[in-house]
Structure formats: structure tokens, C-alpha cells
Design a protein around this ligand. Structure first.
Ligand SMILES: [Zn+2]
Length: 326
């Protein structure tokens, strides 16, 4: 199950390929060896819990060794299995941004809104979603430092993809675990795509978060979708460009009165053309699993509507939007 992508990156940091929907290089989880058991960055969804367990075992450890769960945000592909992992590990804690934390304790709204989108695909895609006991949640915020068994991880608030998104900076290694804020890049492609699902995409905030990563200047970024990025600055420059391209494309299609489904086709065609022009390898299967293009269009349309209505401030204080998706 664990596959060739699962391996130690350093003597104390490993990547696990969760084989989401049976496909390699879609969702990663990271394992950190600490002075207090293992820390896991991203749990993946409940549907890949068996792959997580097999992955940890192939690294020579056990799921029961996990003491710390850190998630970049609460979307189901990143944090869906948190409740189940905590149930199996009675001493473990979950670290999550303060805005996302209440939705891990009571996932009712999260599940309801995801069900509205995924319908009968909820179970096969994401599996069971279990509430996290409140006393086991540690709410984190920007600038905070998490001491996981002597390994210091700084919390960097990075909204744009989600209003409660954080990245974790491993100070000692100068690694940044970037969740979705640094985009999707599926090896061997060097292209960088922005995951833009509803409900709280905010392009200017996203650019600011990218700038924060740029200034942080990590030696490596560790992406959830998927793996290690060494050419950090070039990657971030490309992400900025793609964000603007995608928004401009959808905005112009709105002005032309193009229907939503036709917009999805245009976006897919745009990505293919752009990748070819840049001499990049297309990895459409993994990319579409990480963020389906239909959802990317819906997220950008929702952002444009909010911006046009001028209700952005209201939506932001709402924190986790009600049509929360994965
Ligand atoms: Zn994601």
C-alpha cells in the first residue's frame, strides 16, 4: 500500500503517500520523529487511514507512536481522519488554527456542506468523519510556536485558500509544510496550480500569504499535493502568476456570459495549453483529484461574486463558510 513515494526525507522527517482513490502522488502526510513520539502533519481523509497506517509501518514505526497531529486546515483531504487517529491514540493532541478548531470538535456543518457537494460520493471519497474531543484540541494562531518533543514548529497564518489556513515552519531544518497555500505540484511536473475550491478563496490574501512564504525563504517546501519543492522562489513566482491567470480567465468568461460548465472546459484547455507552452509535463489525473476543475471554477466564481457584492468583510468574519468543501 505504501508505495515508492513513502520514504524518509531526512533522518527524522518522512513523507507518506496516502494513495488517495488508489492513485499515487495525490495526498501526502508527513511524519516527524521527535523527542516525544511521532508528529504527523496532515492526516489525510478517513478513507486513507489504512494507507496511513501501512505507510507509518513501512517507515519502521506504528500508528500508536503518534503523539501530535498538526493540520494546515480542516478540509477533509487534509484533516478528515483526525478524529479517528485520536480515537486510536488516546495520548495524542490535534493542533489546528483557532478558526478551524470548533469545526473539528463539532463537524456537523463541515459534513453537511460537503454532503451537499459530494452526495453519495461522501463515503467512498472521505470515509467516516468523527468529532474530536475539545480537550484534545490545541487552537493555534499566527506566530505561535509548537514544541513537539523538542522540535520547534512556528505557525504561519496563510489565508487565501482557506480563511483558517496555516503553514508550519520547522525552524531547525528550515522546512515549510505548506498545505494548499503553496499550490499543487505533482512530480515530475514543475508546474504549479492553485487549488481554488469554494467557499473562502481570497486572491489578494493568497498573494500576501505567498509573499510571507517568500520572505520566510525555506530551504524546502513540503506540499500536501505532493511532495518536496526545492526551487522555492521560482515555484512561488509561478503560483502568483497562475492565480492571476486563472482569475483573469474566469472574470473574462463571466463578462462574455459563458456558462459554468463551459468555463470548466476552458480552464482545463487553458492549463493544458499553458503547460505545453512552458514545456511542462501534464499530470492531469492527480491534479484533478487534488482539486477538481469544476470546484476550482466554482471557488473563483464565488470569490468574484463576493467581491462584486462588497460583502467580503462579512464573509471573512464568518470564518469557515457554510458551504465548506474539501
Ligand atoms: Zn487540499
Amino acid at each position: 500500500m505504501s508505495g515508492a513515494e513513502t520514504r524518509w526525507l531526512t533522518n527524522d522527517t518522512a513523507i507518506i503517500d496516502l494513495h488517495f482513490q488508489g492513485v499515487s502522488k495525490v495526498i501526502a502526510a508527513y511524519v516527524l520523529e521527535t523527542g516525544d513520539g511521532l508528529a504527523l502533519i496532515e492526516t489525510g481523509p478517513s478513507s486513507t487511514l489504512a494507507a496511513l497506517e501501512a505507510g507509518v509501518e513501512s517507515l519502521g514505526r506504528e500508528l500508536a507512536d503518534i503523539r501530535h497531529l498538526l493540520v494546515t486546515h480542516i478540509h477533509l483531504d487534509h484533516a478528515g481522519a483526525a478524529g479517528l487517529v485520536l480515537r486510536r491514540n488516546p495520548d495524542a493532541r490535534l493542533y489546528v488554527h483557532e478558526v478551524g478548531a470548533p469545526h473539528t470538535i463539532d463537524p456537523t456543518n463541515l459534513v453537511r456542506s460537503a454532503t451537499r457537494i459530494y452526495g453519495d460520493q461522501m463515503e467512498p471519497l472521505w470515509g467516516e468523519i468523527v468529532p474530536v474531543p475539545a480537550e484534545r484540541v490545541v487552537a493555534v494562531s499566527d506566530g505561535g510556536t509548537i514544541d513537539v518533543g523538542g522540535r520547534m514548529l512556528t505557525v504561519i497564518y496563510t489565508p487565501g485558500h482557506a480563511s483558517h489556513h496555516v503553514a508550519f515552519h520547522d525552524v531547525q531544518h528550515n522546512f515549510a509544510f505548506t498545505g494548499d497555500v503553496a499550490g499543487i505540484r505533482i512530480p515530475p511536473s514543475s508546474d504549479t496550480l492553485p487549488p481554488t475550491p469554494p467557499p473562502d478563496i481570497d486572491i489578494p490574501l493568497w498573494h500576501q500569504s505567498v509573499q510571507r512564504l517568500r520572505e520566510l525563504a525555506p530551504d524546502r517546501m513540503l506540499l500536501t499535493h505532493f511532495g518536496v519543492v526545492n526551487d522555492v522562489q521560482a515555484h512561488l513566482d509561478l503560483l502568483d502568476r497562475r492565480l492571476d491567470e486563472w482569475l483573469a480567465l474566469i472574470e473574462s468568461l463571466v463578462h462574455q456570459g459563458i456558462e459554468r460548465d463551459a468555463m470548466v472546459e476552458r480552464l482545463v484547455a487553458h492549463v493544458a495549453t499553458q503547460m505545453e507552452a512552458d514545456g511542462m509535463t501534464e499530470v492531469s489525473q492527480q491534479t484533478a483529484l487534488a482539486t477538481p476543475y469544476g470546484m476550482a471554477v466554482d471557488g473563483l466564481l464565488r470569490y468574484l461574486r463576493k467581491r462584486a457584492r462588497g460583502t467580503w468583510d462579512v464573509v471573512q468574519t464568518n470564518g469557515v463558510g457554510e458551504d465548506r468543501t474539501a
